[in-house]
Structures are given as structure tokens and as C-alpha cells.
Design a protein around this ligand. Structure first.
Ligand code: PLP
Length: 360
């Protein structure tokens, strides 16, 4: 067996220790004689798994008691609809800050249900920056203000949250949840598809303040009402049981590493190394404004774009895979989520150096 350094944006690399544990427990979970995949979601074994996963996530993120944790399906993309369906009344307006492709999709979906005020946008320079507080046109009467805390495609990240006053802040945190400590009480609602920093695809984590639950629009399908899932402990219907189990293993793993402060330190060190390698070498360029750079997704271009294909081929032959940038940015993108080991970054940096020496 030989594992590669997988720089995929998502689904993405998972901690090897977690995969190993899942493999060890595959056929017989804790003496139950069953795989987690084969268990009733109402049985005592799975109840233990989901309860532990929730309490470990609460501990990791220091989630206040007045927030519910929901384990849902439909990806972050279904939250683009669930958020306006649950949080706006007919005739109300919501603020959205447009920082890239995922924000745009969230906006397009919200516009089907409510009026949308684009409170800020970095569209003018191909989303290479994050609007500052002074640049925002916030509506004090908005039902909520939606941001994308990390822009997976463009490689920007909020390093300071906007101040929205009494207006609940709603965040798509799909690609940087659990990458560092955050103050959950600053948010009305947080959501994240699992497949970047949490676990396998098929699971969506929603953290929502209780007062925002229970006023969904009349015609909201029961399955899209947060109250349905909050009242049923995420087991109204069959939840994505194996995904929840895997997420639970990841939460335990992060707690064992020392929690999110320790994770943040490691992430900062990894990202700093890679950005330095890009900045110090004329052959490579980061298109993102320095203070807005993401610690999770690092896009970069080559001085000779005609060499992109060669770069990818040579990288792959060294076991460095999935480095191709998104078509809307071009060049390369290294996604370096929590589970990317520092050795993976070192190997990439070494390869980039060799490549530029040979081809510059
Ligand atoms: C990946 C991603 C999504 C889409 O997630 P799905 O689970 O595929 O719907 C949405 N927002 C952000 C920021 C993402 O990185």
C-alpha cells in the first residue's frame, strides 16, 4: 500500500489514523458483531455514536448551550435553500456578501425566496480579496447576513468577521470549519458540508441558535425545516450514519491533537511555509491579496502557464495529486486542510523548487 499526498479541494484527504481505526472497526464495531453501516439508527450502538459525536463537536468548538447541532444531508448546497426558507418571512430581505462561486450560488437560491441585498462584493477583481467592514452596505433590518468564511475556489478567507450588529450572521464554513477556534456566539447559524474538514461526503453539519428554529415558511417541506431535525435529534429519518461515525472519529482525533488551538498552529505553519515558497520564487505567483489569503486552499500560477500540464504530470509522478486549479482561476490549487500532514507540504515545496530550477 502506498498513499499519495492528496491536495484535492473536496472530498479531501482524511487523517490516516482515522481511516485506520475505521478499517479496524469495519466488520465488528466495539464487539457489536456489526459494521456501523449495518446498524439501526435507533439502536443503542448508533445512539451512542451520534451522541458522542455531538458532544465531542460541542467540546471542540465550545458551542454554547443555546445552539443546536444538526447532522443533515443534501450538502452545503441544500443549506443555500434551507437558510432563507427557515430564516426569512415573506417580504423580508437578507444581506449577502459575495466573495465567489459558492456565495453566488447561495445568493441565486436565496433570491427565489426573499429579496437579497448584496452588502459587499469582491467580484470586480475576480474575488481575490475580502470586503472590509467599511466597504459593506449592511441593512439593519435584514433577516440575516450571509458570508462564506473560506472561499475554496479563489483561496480567500475571512480573518476578521464582519460586525452585523443585531442581524444574525450566517456562515457557509464548509472549507474552514474546525481549522481554528471560532466564537460560535458571533453567529446565528453555521453550516458546512463534511467533505473538506470533517469527514466523508453525504453529511452536512448545521449549528443553529435556538431562537432561529421554528419559524420556517408555511410551505417548507418538513425535511427542510430545522425544527424537524432539532426535535428529533437528527434522527427524524435515517441520518447518514456512517458519515456521522467517521465525523465522530475525526472530532476525537482533533481533540487528541490538543483541540482547535493546536490545529490552528499547525495550519498556520503549513500555510506560511507554502506561501513563502510561492512568494520567494519568481516562477510562482499567488493571485490573492496578502491579508485575505486562505490557510486551507492555496491557488498559485506558474510564470509559464504553458507548463501547467507538465507541472501536474511531474507532480503526480511524485505522488502529489489533485493540484489542478479550478477553471475560473487557472493554474494550480493546493488544498491543505487539517488532515494534510506537514510532510505533504514539505514534499510539494521541494517539488516546486526542483521544477522551477529545471524549467524557469
Ligand atoms: C464545497 C463547498 C460547497 C458545496 O458543498 P456540497 O456539500 O457539495 O453542496 C459549498 N460551499 C463551500 C464554501 C464549499 O467549499
Amino acid at each position: 500500500m502506498k498513499r499519495v499526498c492528496n491536495f484535492s479541494a473536496g472530498p479531501a484527504t482524511l487523517p490516516e489514523a482515522v481511516l485506520q481505526q475505521a478499517a479496524d472497526e469495519m466488520l465488528d464495531w466495539h464487539g457489536s458483531g456489526m459494521s456501523v453501516m449495518e446498524m439501526s439508527h435507533r439502536g443503542k450502538e448508533f445512539t451512542d455514536i451520534i451522541t458522542t459525536a455531538e458532544s465531542d463537536l460541542r467540546e471542540l468548538m465550545d458551542i454554547p448551550d443555546q445552539y443546536k447541532v444538526l447532522f443533515l444531508q443534501g450538502g452545503a448546497s441544500l443549506q443555500f435553500s434551507m437558510v432563507p426558507l427557515n430564516l426569512t418571512r415573506p417580504g423580508e430581505s437578507a444581506d449577502y456578501i459575495n466573495t465567489g462561486s459558492w456565495s453566488k450560488k447561495a445568493i441565486a437560491e436565496a433570491e427565489r425566496y426573499c429579496s437579497v441585498n448584496i452588502a459587499g462584493s469582491s467580484a470586480d477583481d475576480n474575488f481575490t480579496w475580502i470586503p472590509t467592514q467599511e466597504q459593506l452596505q449592511l441593512n439593519a433590518d435584514a433577516a440575516y447576513c450571509h458570508i462564506t468564511t473560506n472561499n475554496t475556489i479563489f483561496g480567500t478567507e475571512y480573518h476578521e468577521l464582519p460586525d452585523t450588529g443585531e442581524v444574525p450572521l450566517v456562515a457557509d464554513m464548509s472549507s474552514n470549519i474546525l481549522s481554528r477556534p471560532i466564537d460560535v456566539s458571533r453567529f446565528g447559524l453555521i453550516y458546512a458540508g463534511a467533505q473538506k474538514n470533517i469527514g466523508p461526503s453525504g453529511l452536512t453539519v448545521v449549528i443553529v441558535r435556538e431562537d432561529l428554529i421554528g419559524s420556517a415558511r408555511e410551505a417548507t417541506p418538513r425535511m427542510l425545516d430545522y425544527k424537524t431535525h432539532a426535535d428529533a435529534g437528527s434522527c427524524y429519518n435515517t441520518p447518514p450514519t456512517y458519515g456521522i461515525y467517521m465525523a465522530g472519529l475525526v472530532f476525537k482525533h482533533l481533540l487528541k491533537l490538543g483541540g482547535l488551538k493546536a490545529v490552528e498552529n499547525l495550519n498556520r505553519r503549513k500555510a506560511a511555509k507554502l506561501y513563502t515558497a510561492i512568494d520567494e520564487n519568481e516562477f510562482y505567483n499567488s493571485p490573492v491579496r496578502r491579508q485575505d489569503r486562505s490557510t486551507m486552499n492555496v491557488p498559485f500560477t506558474l510564470a509559464k502557464p504553458e507548463l501547467d500540464k507538465t507541472f501536474l504530470e511531474k507532480a503526480e509522478s511524485k505522488g502529489l495529486v489533485n493540484l489542478k486549479g479550478h477553471r475560473s482561476v487557472g493554474g494550480m490549487r493546493a488544498s491543505i486542510y487539517n488532515a494534510m500532514p506537514e510532510e505533504g507540504i514539505d514534499a510539494l515545496i521541494e517539488f516546486m523548487k526542483e521544477f522551477s530550477e529545471r524549467y524557469a
